[in-house]
Design a protein around this ligand. Structure first.
Ligand code: CTP
Length: 402
């Protein structure tokens, strides 16, 4: 449902018992990255309090058209323009009737008239009311105007009857809303991004780590989601917020990172994590005491996550990163070949460059070509990289196999 990232959804809630399910819908839409503003009809407020939707949406809820205070903020015309989708869930029989005749007798009906955005309705009512000729006539008029109907479903109703008229489940409504926007170059593609450092335990309080901030990987995850991909972000310990619309799995060590990656299904892998190449051969169970003048730490090789996946799942389109202090192209192309990658993005590290910096530059290589992305903030660079990845992925034979 990742067409929803940064989308503006005006959720209309009308009076019906299914109004309580709209609360879960707000949560799901926001988790998918959408910004949600809720407008309730007076009837809806009889079922659920505006405070519930205010807390879940993060914005004040409106229900009155003639509300001087609210109109002084974002007035109803601005709100209508702000919306990229007007989704009414639940949509009562009365609301369908009012919309069908073009009434503007409350805020929600007025917004539906005043907005140029697509309108989708999720009807919810007693099966007899849904099947009533008047309702069916209204539905025909509405759909003839291009208004979309999400449902209703069939099944047991709150009134005890069985039949058509149940509101679709919130997850299904969120998925349908996402489909309306799904037009990015990577829509429908499942992508996994590794990001951040790993920590390899020496004892319960100490670890071997590195200076990776995770910024580049997080920016790539955000850019992939904005391009329509369904993104899982497997992150080592970093202090960064999860990008909108991205599912995040937190891990510590390289072994945990590999295990987390192996659990997921995806067509595209971008390995931006700075995985520790070695870990202490034995992690002590108790804290090491300062008893000896010197101690030696024996290290063993960690699995290479990128190379493991590239070998085990040849249909996955793989993109690696290479952080180098010298001979950038030679080392990067070496990794491209050794790890069997489709692309590699290389950057210089050391002395103020790379890991902790806000901006970066990349040289991207693939088997028969390459290009440079000039120094730019990591979020811009990530967008450019994702555009390149999307282009090469589409052209690769891997696209259909995924
Ligand atoms: N990588 C990985 N698992 C590892 C090590 C690296 O998935 N255990 C991935 C990184 O996420 C990156 C790429 O492999 O996409 C290259 O990582 P880098 O550390 O630059 O290269 P290494 O293969 O570790 O080689 P070296 O340290 O010798 O430069």
């Amino acid at each position: 449902m990742n067409g929803l990232v940064n989308r503006h959804i005006l959720l209309g809630v009308t009076g019906g018992i299914a109004a309580y399910k709209a609360a879960e819908l707000v949560r799901l839409l926001r988790r998918a990255g959408a910004e949600v503003r809720v407008v309730m009809t007076r009837g809806a407020t009889e079922f659920v309090t505006p405070l519930t939707f205010q807390a879940l949406s993060g914005h004040a809820v409106r229900s009155e058209l003639f509300d001087a205070v609210a109109e002084a903020g974002m007035d109803h015309i601005e709100l209508a323009r702000w919306a990229e989708l007007v989704l009414v869930a639940p949509a009562s029989a009365d609301f369908l009737a009012r919309l069908a005749v073009g009434r503007a007798d409350d805020l929600l009906a007025t917004l539906c008239l005043a907005s140029a955005a697509p309108i989708a309705l999720a009807p919810a009512m007693n099966q007899q009311m849904w099947q009533a000729p008047a309702t069916q006539e209204n539905v025909r008029r509405l759909t003839a105007r291009g208004i979309r109907l999400f449902g209703p479903g069939c099944g047991e109703q709150a009134c005890g009857e069985v039949g058509p008229g149940r509101m679709l489940e919130p997850a299904e409504l969120a998925r349908l809303a996402g489909e309306l926007f799904a037009s990015g170059p990577l829509s429908g593609v499942r992508a996994l991004v590794t990001a951040g450092p790993t920590r390899e335990a020496i004892d319960p309080v100490r670890f071997i780590g590195n200076r990776s901030s995770g910024k580049m990987g997080f920016a790539v995850a955000a850019a992939l989601a904005a391009a329509g991909a369904e993104v899982v972000l497997v992150a080592g310990p970093v202090a960064l917020p999860t990008p909108p619309g991205v599912r995040r799995v937190d891990v510590e060590s390289a072994a945990e990172m590999l295990a987390a990656v192996e659990q997921e299904q995806f067509e595209l892998l971008v390995a931006a994590a700075a995985v520790a190449d070695y870990r202490p051969a034995t992690a002590e169970h108790a804290k090491i005491k300062k008893e000896r003048a010197a101690i030696a730490l024996e290290l063993t090789r960690n699995p290479d996550i990128l190379a493991t996946i590239s070998a085990a799942r040849p249909a996955v389109f793989t993109v690696g990163f290479a952080a180098e202090t010298d001979e950038l192209e030679r080392y990067a192309r070496g990794k491209l070949a050794q790890k069997g990658l489709d692309m590699i993005a290389a950057n210089w590290v050391g002395a103020g460059r790379g890991f902790e910096a806000e901006s970066n530059a990349l040289q991207v290589f693939w088997a028969d070509g390459g290009t440079s992305l000039d120094e730019a903030p990591k979020s811009d660079l990530a967008r450019q990289l994702v555009a390149l990845v999307a282009g090469r992925y589409a052209a690769s034979g891997k696209k259909s196999k995924g």
